[in-house]
Design a protein around this ligand. Structure first.
Ligand SMILES: NC(=O)c1ccc[n+]([C@@H]2O[C@H](COP(=O)([O-])OP(=O)(O)OC[C@H]3O[C@@H](n4cnc5c(N)ncnc54)[C@H](O)[C@@H]3O)[C@@H](O)[C@H]2O)c1
Ligand SMILES: [Fe+2]
Length: 376
């Protein structure tokens, strides 16, 4: 076995009502509570807010948040004299909360932080509460921010939260299309961690396999019966395990080709991953087929005794069937992309070097354009 390094991530508390006792996890003083208006309108944060003595709510986070939103959030925290931060919602509020906690705690300038390992200062105490079963952001050292039409990342151990609180009851109201798209995002995290070119390791492999098993076995039920607590618990745990996996064995070309769809066309993160998934898996097949063959039986147990080609195909076909069953859009055309956009998308994807270096097979500009064209 090759040598490896692994970090487990935040401490975890799981169960119904896990977020009702935030005060015991945070220092005294004002708490900047970062969420979004949709989550707030649904009343999901009531119990969490009721348990805090001095919450200062910042609920202006949009899906796939912008640099301006992050900066407004940091200013709100500074004005309130925040001593700690809570991120409550999907990946968007959690990501803003993570980087705001770092910027407020360290006083660093944002422009020195983009990329891997640049944020080396200290952040404010941070608790994250996911309300989607997708990004795994509550487990990862990554924040993604839209900056001038480009999705940029800060990845550093300093961004890993102190606590992740997993309460699947918060996800019971997730609409079908969000359940499906965020669930596929989590599956992509598991698959890309399992095939990550440089930092793949036995611990992230074990987590990725179990994450994929939980997600695949429960995504249809979560879509068809939104109130099914068991399916929601399995999805949230699966998304979390996938997060811990890719925090150690980072994601690759599916994400690199998905981000330009978010940056240029505002396509939600999970959906943009779903739209590029099949093309990237086909491209990677030449290098990653043996690993895909290990995952295929999770999608279709009936191929377990078959040859590696059939098992690898089962991964691709099983994922396509999940997308179809859950009603996920299939083509880039459906989200507004046209042939004249393909060159710009491909050029943008090549800027995601942080991710492309993890891909099991090289992706050139020509490859990227071909994959976008095939997904059109
Ligand atoms: N940090 C990481 O490691 C990481 C990984 C993957 C993606 N991301 C980022 O996360 C963001 C996407 O996060 P997301 O997919 O969780 O979506 P999101 O946070 O943008 O939320 C999507 C929508 O779902 C709504 N919503 C959230 N919880 C709900 C609930 N329980 N019931 C009903 N509606 C609910 C929100 O109000 C919002 O309108 C992107 O910016 C992406 O780049 C980060
Ligand atoms: Fe993702």
């Amino acid at each position: 076995m090759p040598p490896f390094t692994f970090t487990y991530g935040p401490r975890v508390r799981s169960g119904p009502g896990a977020s009702a006792d935030l005060a015991s996890l945070l220092p005294n003083g004002p708490v900047l509570f970062v969420t979004d208006r949709g989550v707030r309108r649904l009343g999901l944060a009531h119990a969490a807010l009721a348990g805090l003595a001095e919450p200062v709510v910042f609920d202006a986070v949009e899906a796939d948040p912008s640099r301006a939103t992050l900066e407004t959030c940091v200013a709100a925290g500074r004005e309130a004299g925040a001593r700690s931060i809570v991120g409550f919602g999907g990946g968007s509020p959690m990501d803003v909360a993570k980087l705001a906690a770092y910027l407020l705690g360290s006083g660093d300038d944002l422009d020195g932080l983009w990329g891997v390992g640049k944020a080396t200062g200290a952040r404010l105490p941070l608790v994250l509460v996911p309300t989607t079963a997708g990004t795994g952001s509550e487990a990862t050292p990554v924040t993604i921010i839209s900056d001038a039409g480009e999705k940029r990342g800060v990845s550093s151990p300093a961004l890993v939260a102190d606590w992740a609180l997993l309460d699947a009851s918060l996800t019971l109201g997730l609409p079908r299309h969000v359940t499906a798209a965020t669930g596929i995002d989590a599956m992509v995290h598991a698959i890309e961690a399992y095939t990550s070119a440089k930092l793949k390791n036995p611990l992230s492999d074990a987590l990725a396999r179990e994450a994929l098993r939980l997600l695949v076995a429960n995504v249809r039920t979560a879509c068809d019966e939104p109130g099914n607590a068991g399916a929601r618990e399995a999805m949230l745990l699966g998304a979390h395990l996938a997060g811990v996996a890719f925090a150690n064995a980072p994601v690759a070309a599916v994400h690199a080709l998905a981000y330009p769809l978010g940056g240029r066309f505002g396509v939600p993160h999970g959906l943009s991953n779903a739209l590029m998934l099949e093309q990237v898996l086909e491209h990677n097949m030449a290098a990653a087929a043996p690993l895909y063959a290990e995952l295929g039986p999770i999608l279709d147990p009936s191929v377990a005794g078959q040859g590696s080609q059939a098992r690898a195909r089962a991964l691709v076909e099983g994922l396509r069937a999940i997308g179809e069953a859950c009603g996920v859009p299939r083509t880039l055309r459906e989200v507004g992309v046209r042939a004249e956009h393909l060159d710009d998308l491909a050029a943008d994807a090549m800027k995601q070097e942080r991710l492309l270096v993890n891909n099991p097979r090289e992706v050139t500009l020509v490859d990227a354009r071909r994959m976008y064209a095939a997904a059109l």
